[in-house]
Ligand binder design. Sequence first.
Ligand SMILES: [Zn+2]
Length: 82
Amino acid sequence: MSRLGLTHCRWPRCQIRVPAGRWGCREHWYALPWQLRKPLIATVEPAQLAGGAPSQAWLEASDRARAWAEKQAADPNQEPLL
Ligand SMILES: [Zn+2]
């Protein structure tokens, strides 16, 4: 965990720094389908927003979003819904 509670956007190759508790920068957050954003919102915890470690549930949701983002970055024409 970095100081000031900042982390990197989890979109592939994006270097934008975002506050702890956010999955990615504004552009990439809204590039995710709602089905992927919803569990990230549902599982974020106050400790994470304060710069603490994410919950296991959030990490799993993050991994799913990241996997989708990897495919989207490689092929922007993939189906927008899983
Ligand atoms: Zn980004």
